[in-house]
Structure formats: C-alpha cells, structure tokens
Design a protein around this ligand. Structure first.
Ligand SMILES: Cc1cc2nc3c(=O)[nH]c(=O)nc-3n(C[C@H](O)[C@H](O)[C@H](O)COP(=O)(O)OP(=O)(O)OC[C@H]3O[C@@H](n4cnc5c(N)ncnc54)[C@H](O)[C@@H]3O)c2cc1C
Length: 372
C-alpha cells in the first residue's frame, strides 16, 4: 500500500558528502528539506575514508573522512533534517515528484526543487578468473578493511594507480596486508604523487605499462599474472609475471551514477576526464530539467572536498529559486564557494578537471541559448 505524498521544499537524493553538505546549507536557511539514501547508513564514501583531508580549514583539512561524515550528520540532526535510509529514489519526474521507499513501503515525495547527489560507481575489469572470490573492487576492499575491520587477504596485488588505487594500497599496508605490486596500464601514475611516494617508500613496486592477464586458484584467488602492454594497451608475450596473492584489488576508475538523471530524459554529455556520461549543467549546477540540480561525483568524478562545495552550490541555487536567499546575497556566497572550488582544483590534475567542468557549463549555456 502506498503512503500519502510528502511535500517539501527540497528533496536531496544521496546522503554522501555532496548531499549532506547541501542539506546543511538548506536547513540553515530554513528550507524544508528531506534527504534520501538507498543504503542502510548515511555518509556515502566518507565512512570508508580513514585518511586525513588536504586543503584549508574550510575544506576540513586534517580531519578524517569519517569524522567529517559524523560532523555533517550531527549538523543535520541539530537542524532536524530527516535523513531517510533504505530509501532509494527509483523514479524522478519532470514535475519534481519522485518515487521512493520509506520504511519498506512505496512512497512519493513532491518537491519544489531537487538535488541529485547520487555519487559514482566503480568500473569493473574483466579477465579470466575475475569472478573468483578474492578479486574485489577497491570500494569493497575499503568497506571491509576500513569500516568492518576485516582483512580480505594476506597478500594483495592492486590494479590501478589512480588516487583510489594508491589510497587503498596504503590502507592495505596499514591493515598489515602485504602489497606485492601496483600494476598500472598507463605510463604515468594517475593519482597524487604524495600518495604514490608514500607507498613507494614502504617498498611497494610499481609495474607501469602493465595489465592483468588472469587470476587463478582453486575456489579462490591464489595467483595473479600481469604482463607489459604496448602503446595500444596490447599485452606483450614473454613479459608475463605471476604473483602468489589471495587478493586482487581492482581500482580502475569511477563512473558517475547517472541512472536516475538519464531515466528522466535529462540532457547528458560525455567527458572522459570526469568519468564518462554526466548530466549537462550550468555553473549553478542546474541541469536541463528546471529545478533539478546535480552535485558531487554525479556531476563529474572529483573527490569529497569538491563534492561538499558542489553540494553547497546546488543548495544555494535551490534557495535562490525558492526566493529564500536574495540575489545579491546568493551572488556573494556563490563567489566564495567558487573561489574555494578553484583552490581545490588548482594543481596538475585539478586544473584539467576545472577546465573540463567549465567546458560542460559553457556548452550547456550555449545550448540553452540556441534552444531559446
Ligand atoms: C568506491 C569509492 C571509493 C572512493 N575512495 C576514495 C578515497 O579513498 N579517497 C578519496 O578522496 N575519494 C574517494 N572516492 C571519491 C570520493 O569519495 C567521492 O568523490 C565523494 O564521496 C563524492 O561524494 P558524493 O556525495 O558525490 O557521492 P558518494 O559519497 O558516493 O554518495 C552518494 C550517495 O548517494 C546514494 N545513492 C545513490 N543512488 C541513490 C538513489 N537512487 N537513491 C538514494 N540514494 C542513492 C548512495 O548510497 C551514496 O550514499 C571514492 C569513491 C568511490 C565510489
């Protein structure tokens, strides 16, 4: 039996760093807000992140991800913002009504504005033996090691030298798991050098220009074979190396979780550097559907600090549209958030991302002008 429709000013879909930061900003301005998350616990990826954050005081530098998660959740509680768990948003309509589940029953919400902050999902890599127990995505490894304090193996091979691969390799070492190598198909490390240098100093070799050929074992992983690749990423015969491992941790990138957005016919754009298909949006994070904003990894994969800033930016756009924040005040706050985002995006990887994000906004604005 469906419940009656719940009305609110803003529905926030996803209780990760982007969604929770949006909710806090909305709650502080007095907007009637509901947050939904499909998982039984809120926080998104934050509770897996045991490392200290970089940046300035504004970016909560020095705090660990789970501490930031606790802070955001307690602020939501103080502001009496309902965070509904086990509540996937499974349908979103252009009139800003959405279908969800609440306390196990189908339920509907009618919002005046909607912020989609559904995050990203991990990319998979298929190779012979990839379904053997012990071959795991980095997110699952982080959940087991950092959240449940369970060691998924004793000797690990990490595949992928992006930020997630590097951070997970370090966290495995911290948990007492030997990391035999980090294999990376590209010829350069994709993540921050500070993370790469840390695990290199701890004796972990990097196999650059290498990919996984296969995982083998009786009932679970016992060995993993890698090989060098040429410029076209084709494995080179005679370069195979086999490691005795019981864990293969695959960290080969993230893709924005855009299913809800694409199912409602939102305009999408493809930007490889931001993880693939993302909803087209302008600088205020407004999508092609009036009143629907995106924030965090769903708008292009970055990291948790920028997700929080984007959450605040989307909240500000929603508050402006509701007339809760007046235009000059909104402009002033928007400038502050943008400066903070630019600070985060400065640097060798960030500047490319900043450029790509700007391209998306420019293209979206040009398209809106053309349609008008
Ligand atoms: C597996 C993984 C590991 C990562 N590890 C690191 C790391 O170690 N260090 C680092 O700096 N960055 C890491 N990142 C990146 C960083 O965590 C993200 O940039 C940041 O968490 C993005 O915040 P977000 O709020 O956009 O998304 P998330 O934190 O992913 O939160 C999204 C939330 O939306 C919910 N959701 C999704 N779809 C629906 C729906 N239809 N209905 C309701 N709820 C929904 C999810 O359950 C989730 O709680 C990782 C990302 C992933 C995916």
């Amino acid at each position: 039996m469906a419940r009656t429709v719940t009305h609110c000013d803003v529905a926030v879909i996803g209780a990760g760093p982007a969604g929770l930061s949006a909710a806090v900003q909305l709650g502080e301005a007095g907007a009637d807000t509901i947050v939904l998350d499909e998982k039984p616990a809120a926080g998104g990826q934050l509770f897996k992140q045991i490392h200290k954050f970089f940046g300035s005081e504004r970016h909560m530098a020095g705090m660990r991800g789970f501490e930031i998660g606790e802070l955001l959740l307690s602020r939501c509680e103080e502001l009496q913002i309902p965070v509904r768990l086990n509540s996937p948003a499974w349908a979103l309509f252009p009139d800003l009504s959405l279908g969800t589940t609440f306390e196990g029953l189908p339920s509907a919400i009618k919002a005046k504005q909607v912020i989609v902050a559904t995050g990203a999902s991990e990319n998979a890599l298929s190779f012979p033996g990839w379904t053997l127990p012990g071959v795991m995505g980095a997110g699952a490894v982080q959940t087991m090691v950092n959240y449940h304090r369970v060691r998924p193996g004793e000797r690990a091979l990490v595949v992928g030298a992006g930020n997630v691969g590097l951070i997970v390799a370090y966290q495995l070492l911290q948990a007492g798991i030997e990391v035999v190598a980090v294999a990376e198909a590209a010829h350069t490390v994709g993540g921050y050098m500070v993370h790469a240098a840390k695990i290199r100093r701890m004796g972990v070799p990097f196999a650059m220009n290498h990919t996984v050929l296969s995982a083998e074992g009786e009932g679970r992983v016992e060995r993993c074979t890698i090989a060098a690749v040429d410029e076209a990423f084709v494995p080179q015969p005679g370069t195979e190396r086999t490691f005795d491992v019981d864990l293969v941790c695959v960290a080969v990138g993230l893709s924005p979780a855009v299913e809800l957005c694409s199912s409602m016919g939102m305009e999408m754009t493809h930007v490889g550097e931001l993880g693939g298909w993302i909803p087209s949006h302008n600088a205020a994070l407004q999508t092609s559907i009036d009143g629907v904003y995106v924030a965090g990894d769903v708008s292009g994969v970055e990291e948790a600090s920028s997700a929080m800033e984007e959450g605040r930016l989307a909240a500000l756009s929603a508050l402006s549209a509701l007339g809760v924040v007046r235009r000059p005040e909104a402009e002033c706050l928007r400038t502050k958030i943008k400066e903070s985002l630019n600070q985060l995006r400065r640097g060798p990887f960030g500047s490319t991302l900043a450029q790509r994000k700007e391209d998306v906004c420019r293209r979206h604005e040009e398209q809106c002008l053309t349609i008008a």
